[in-house]
Design a protein around this ligand. Structure first.
Ligand code: HEC
Length: 167
Protein backbone atom coordinates (compact mmCIF):
# COMPACT_ATOMS: atom_id res chain seq x y z
CA UNK A 1 0.00 0.00 0.00
CA UNK A 2 1.27 3.36 -0.95
CA UNK A 3 1.33 5.44 2.20
CA UNK A 4 1.53 9.13 1.85
CA UNK A 5 3.94 10.59 4.33
CA UNK A 6 2.96 14.02 5.37
CA UNK A 7 5.44 16.13 7.23
CA UNK A 8 5.08 15.55 10.99
CA UNK A 9 2.26 17.63 12.36
CA UNK A 10 1.82 18.66 15.96
CA UNK A 11 -1.44 16.70 16.07
CA UNK A 12 -0.48 13.00 16.33
CA UNK A 13 -4.04 11.84 15.37
CA UNK A 14 -3.66 13.34 11.93
CA UNK A 15 -0.38 11.49 11.41
CA UNK A 16 -1.91 8.17 12.46
CA UNK A 17 -4.89 8.56 10.12
CA UNK A 18 -2.63 9.25 7.18
CA UNK A 19 -0.74 6.00 7.81
CA UNK A 20 -3.77 3.71 8.33
CA UNK A 21 -4.33 1.04 5.73
CA UNK A 22 -7.98 0.84 4.57
CA UNK A 23 -8.31 -2.55 6.32
CA UNK A 24 -7.15 -1.31 9.68
CA UNK A 25 -9.36 1.70 9.28
CA UNK A 26 -12.45 -0.45 8.55
CA UNK A 27 -11.64 -2.75 11.46
CA UNK A 28 -11.32 0.15 13.85
CA UNK A 29 -14.50 1.74 12.55
CA UNK A 30 -16.37 -1.52 13.07
CA UNK A 31 -15.06 -2.00 16.63
CA UNK A 32 -15.99 1.57 17.44
CA UNK A 33 -19.48 1.23 15.96
CA UNK A 34 -20.16 -2.11 17.68
CA UNK A 35 -19.06 -0.69 21.02
CA UNK A 36 -21.29 2.35 20.66
CA UNK A 37 -24.26 0.29 19.56
CA UNK A 38 -23.69 -1.99 22.57
CA UNK A 39 -23.66 0.97 24.91
CA UNK A 40 -26.79 2.38 23.27
CA UNK A 41 -28.56 -0.98 23.63
CA UNK A 42 -27.65 -1.25 27.32
CA UNK A 43 -28.87 2.31 27.84
CA UNK A 44 -32.17 1.54 26.17
CA UNK A 45 -32.63 -1.64 28.21
CA UNK A 46 -31.99 0.24 31.48
CA UNK A 47 -34.38 3.00 30.47
CA UNK A 48 -37.15 0.59 29.55
CA UNK A 49 -36.77 -1.26 32.89
CA UNK A 50 -36.99 2.03 34.79
CA UNK A 51 -39.97 3.13 32.70
CA UNK A 52 -41.85 -0.17 33.13
CA UNK A 53 -41.19 -0.27 36.89
CA UNK A 54 -42.45 3.28 37.15
CA UNK A 55 -45.55 2.60 35.14
CA UNK A 56 -46.44 -0.43 37.24
CA UNK A 57 -45.92 1.28 40.58
CA UNK A 58 -47.89 4.28 39.40
CA UNK A 59 -50.98 2.36 38.30
CA UNK A 60 -53.21 1.38 41.24
CA UNK A 61 -54.72 -2.07 41.01
CA UNK A 62 -58.42 -1.86 41.70
CA UNK A 63 -61.05 -4.54 41.41
CA UNK A 64 -64.35 -3.60 39.70
CA UNK A 65 -66.97 -2.58 42.29
CA UNK A 66 -69.32 -5.43 41.29
CA UNK A 67 -66.79 -8.14 42.21
CA UNK A 68 -65.31 -6.26 45.16
CA UNK A 69 -68.68 -6.50 46.93
CA UNK A 70 -68.69 -10.33 46.86
CA UNK A 71 -68.51 -12.00 50.27
CA UNK A 72 -66.47 -15.10 51.05
CA UNK A 73 -69.04 -17.96 51.10
CA UNK A 74 -66.65 -19.97 53.32
CA UNK A 75 -66.09 -17.23 55.93
CA UNK A 76 -65.76 -18.56 59.46
CA UNK A 77 -65.19 -22.19 58.39
CA UNK A 78 -62.15 -23.77 60.04
CA UNK A 79 -61.73 -26.46 57.39
CA UNK A 80 -61.56 -23.77 54.68
CA UNK A 81 -58.67 -22.14 56.55
CA UNK A 82 -56.83 -25.46 56.81
CA UNK A 83 -57.33 -26.25 53.12
CA UNK A 84 -56.33 -22.70 52.16
CA UNK A 85 -53.14 -23.02 54.16
CA UNK A 86 -52.20 -26.12 52.22
CA UNK A 87 -52.71 -24.49 48.81
CA UNK A 88 -50.94 -21.37 50.04
CA UNK A 89 -47.86 -23.31 51.16
CA UNK A 90 -47.41 -25.07 47.82
CA UNK A 91 -48.48 -22.28 45.46
CA UNK A 92 -48.08 -18.83 46.99
CA UNK A 93 -45.19 -19.04 49.49
CA UNK A 94 -42.41 -18.82 46.83
CA UNK A 95 -43.45 -15.21 46.16
CA UNK A 96 -45.58 -14.06 49.10
CA UNK A 97 -43.45 -15.74 51.79
CA UNK A 98 -44.51 -18.11 54.59
CA UNK A 99 -46.19 -15.36 56.62
CA UNK A 100 -47.61 -13.49 53.61
CA UNK A 101 -45.30 -10.50 53.89
CA UNK A 102 -44.29 -10.63 50.22
CA UNK A 103 -40.79 -11.84 51.04
CA UNK A 104 -40.66 -15.30 49.44
CA UNK A 105 -37.41 -16.37 47.71
CA UNK A 106 -38.78 -15.56 44.24
CA UNK A 107 -39.72 -12.01 45.29
CA UNK A 108 -36.16 -10.78 44.71
CA UNK A 109 -36.64 -10.79 40.94
CA UNK A 110 -40.08 -9.16 40.93
CA UNK A 111 -41.08 -5.55 40.43
CA UNK A 112 -43.55 -4.58 41.74
CA UNK A 113 -42.99 -6.82 44.76
CA UNK A 114 -45.55 -9.45 45.78
CA UNK A 115 -48.21 -8.01 48.03
CA UNK A 116 -47.68 -7.98 51.79
CA UNK A 117 -51.00 -9.33 53.10
CA UNK A 118 -50.30 -8.00 56.57
CA UNK A 119 -50.15 -4.37 55.36
CA UNK A 120 -53.06 -2.24 56.53
CA UNK A 121 -54.03 -1.45 52.91
CA UNK A 122 -54.54 -5.11 52.02
CA UNK A 123 -56.12 -6.00 55.35
CA UNK A 124 -58.68 -3.29 54.57
CA UNK A 125 -59.45 -4.71 51.11
CA UNK A 126 -62.67 -6.66 50.69
CA UNK A 127 -62.79 -10.44 50.24
CA UNK A 128 -64.22 -9.92 46.76
CA UNK A 129 -61.39 -7.62 45.73
CA UNK A 130 -58.64 -10.03 46.88
CA UNK A 131 -60.51 -12.93 45.28
CA UNK A 132 -60.73 -11.07 41.96
CA UNK A 133 -57.03 -10.13 41.98
CA UNK A 134 -55.95 -13.64 42.83
CA UNK A 135 -58.16 -14.97 40.04
CA UNK A 136 -57.19 -12.46 37.32
CA UNK A 137 -53.55 -11.70 38.19
CA UNK A 138 -51.40 -8.82 36.97
CA UNK A 139 -47.77 -8.76 35.80
CA UNK A 140 -45.65 -10.95 38.11
CA UNK A 141 -48.80 -12.12 39.87
CA UNK A 142 -50.15 -14.98 37.79
CA UNK A 143 -53.93 -15.35 37.65
CA UNK A 144 -55.19 -18.55 39.26
CA UNK A 145 -58.70 -18.86 37.86
CA UNK A 146 -57.55 -21.49 35.37
CA UNK A 147 -55.51 -23.57 37.81
CA UNK A 148 -57.45 -23.34 41.10
CA UNK A 149 -61.16 -23.99 41.59
CA UNK A 150 -63.43 -21.23 42.91
CA UNK A 151 -63.64 -23.10 46.21
CA UNK A 152 -59.83 -23.30 46.48
CA UNK A 153 -59.56 -19.57 45.80
CA UNK A 154 -62.08 -18.68 48.54
CA UNK A 155 -60.21 -21.02 50.91
CA UNK A 156 -57.08 -18.99 50.17
CA UNK A 157 -58.93 -15.80 51.11
CA UNK A 158 -59.99 -17.46 54.39
CA UNK A 159 -56.36 -18.35 55.10
CA UNK A 160 -54.99 -14.93 54.10
CA UNK A 161 -57.38 -13.35 56.63
CA UNK A 162 -55.77 -15.40 59.41
CA UNK A 163 -52.34 -14.07 58.37
CA UNK A 164 -53.83 -10.61 58.93
CA UNK A 165 -54.93 -11.64 62.39
CA UNK A 166 -58.60 -11.86 61.30
CA UNK A 167 -60.93 -14.81 61.34
C1 HEC B 1 -44.67 -15.64 40.84
C2 HEC B 1 -44.90 -14.91 42.07
C3 HEC B 1 -46.28 -14.97 42.69
C4 HEC B 1 -47.00 -16.09 43.04
C5 HEC B 1 -46.63 -17.57 42.85
C6 HEC B 1 -48.21 -15.60 43.66
N1 HEC B 1 -48.21 -14.23 43.66
FE1 HEC B 1 -49.70 -13.04 44.37
N2 HEC B 1 -48.68 -11.37 43.79
C7 HEC B 1 -47.45 -11.40 43.18
C8 HEC B 1 -47.10 -10.03 42.82
C9 HEC B 1 -45.83 -9.61 42.12
C10 HEC B 1 -48.16 -9.21 43.24
C11 HEC B 1 -48.29 -7.70 43.05
C12 HEC B 1 -48.85 -7.46 41.67
C13 HEC B 1 -49.11 -6.00 41.34
O1 HEC B 1 -49.32 -5.20 42.25
O2 HEC B 1 -49.09 -5.69 40.15
C14 HEC B 1 -49.15 -10.09 43.85
C15 HEC B 1 -50.35 -9.67 44.35
C16 HEC B 1 -51.31 -10.50 44.92
C17 HEC B 1 -52.60 -10.07 45.43
C18 HEC B 1 -53.15 -8.66 45.37
C19 HEC B 1 -52.96 -7.93 46.65
C20 HEC B 1 -53.48 -6.52 46.52
O3 HEC B 1 -54.53 -6.27 47.07
O4 HEC B 1 -52.87 -5.70 45.84
C21 HEC B 1 -53.22 -11.18 45.93
C22 HEC B 1 -54.60 -11.24 46.59
C23 HEC B 1 -52.34 -12.30 45.72
N3 HEC B 1 -51.19 -11.86 45.10
C24 HEC B 1 -52.62 -13.58 46.10
C25 HEC B 1 -51.85 -14.68 45.75
C26 HEC B 1 -52.19 -16.05 46.10
C27 HEC B 1 -53.36 -16.45 46.97
C28 HEC B 1 -51.23 -16.84 45.53
C29 HEC B 1 -51.16 -18.36 45.53
C30 HEC B 1 -52.31 -19.05 44.99
C31 HEC B 1 -50.29 -15.97 44.85
N4 HEC B 1 -50.69 -14.67 45.01
C32 HEC B 1 -49.18 -16.42 44.16
C33 HEC B 1 -46.66 -12.49 42.91
C34 HEC B 1 -47.05 -13.80 43.08
Amino acid sequence: MNTVRTPPLPNSDTVETAELSPRTFLHRARVCLTRNLGIAAIGLAVLSVIYTADAQTAAPWKAPASVAAKKNPLAGKADAVAAGKQTFTTTCVPCHGPTGRGDGPAAVALNPKPANYTSSAIAAESDGSLFWKLSEGRGGMVGFKATLSEKQRWELISYIRTLQGKK
